[in-house]
Design a binder for this molecule. Sequence first.
Ligand code: SF4
Ligand code: SF4
Length: 359
Amino acid sequence: MTHHRPPDTTVSKRNSRLKAATPDKEFMITVSSLLDEAWYQRYQHISQLNIRSSIYDVTTKCNLRCTGCFFFSSGEHLVAEEEPDPAAWEAFVDREKERGVNLAILVGGEPTLHLERVDAFYQRIPTYCATNGLIRVPRDRFPDMMVGISLWGDSETEKRLRGKDVFTRSLANYRDDPYTYFLFTITPQQLGKIEPIIQRIGDAGLKVHMQLLSNDEDAPGFGWTDELLVQVRGEMDDMLDRYPEVVISSHYYHEVLTTGKMLGRTFGWSECPSVTEGLDTRDPRPKRLIRFNRWAADLKSKHRCCTSATRDCSTCKDGAAHMSWIMVNKRAHIRSTKDLQNWIEVYEMFAKLYQFLPW
Ligand code: SF4
Ligand code: SF4
């Protein structure tokens, strides 16, 4: 999700030349017949982005221990020892670049505990850094690296789940930063209380994207029911309508995330696009993120997917996995104007979150 450099336009241009040489006529006619000129331009713009992401554990340590953190609750911090040698990180990122990755998503643990490792990525590939926001990424060293701050709720909820009021601190650390947004993981406890949080973020000159908590550690009162999911969808839609300058989202994303349904299909293991390529033994293999891996901090081991290695997929509410699910299923959306526009909006949302498009 970052981008001090634009995506590899050489690759994009080459691909569009290939497309021109072997046009899929039926496909192209269908797309243009569904869209008016303005939508078609938006479609063409994102079609050229060709994003290839992978996720990297920068460290197994964190300066917090949040209840419900999938990294610790699923034992992912125990899978591998950290690679200590900065040169090994640099060589690894070079290999990842050769593998075709053009978007490095840094997670942990807490990546800001090892800025030299973050730098190994930032110097080589567009890089997005997920953080809890307690330590400010120094902007003299990483002037335009996209930063996503994890947020679990209002100050009271954060105290309860994360042990302290992280929100107040992260908000102060990143006030008015143009390359930062909050990744707000909404819990059932937050229902009816979302608006003041969105306002606080907007007042600090920042953006917000929303996803839902998967209650991996069965914290009492934090599980979703069908009724609560209907309620949260309504609230997310309302926030997007009323704070379009602050909220980076789309109604279709809200629908798919809260219902777990897309075009009549059900999200889960057999559909998930965010499974590590080398560990993907599914047959038949669904549409998936090409070259996607989630690497552990030894730079050798891999985790199953973009989130918890032990989560029951039928309970998974991971926002990025749902977003990617929509994105990799482009062809299925080329069936009506509304479906295709929905797909375009989700792709644009993703591209904004990772700075391939301006806000
Ligand atoms: S800040 Fe993030 S990595 Fe650290 S414990 Fe909380 S959720 Fe886990
Ligand atoms: S836990 Fe979620 S992201 Fe991971 S494989 Fe299952 S559905 Fe996909």
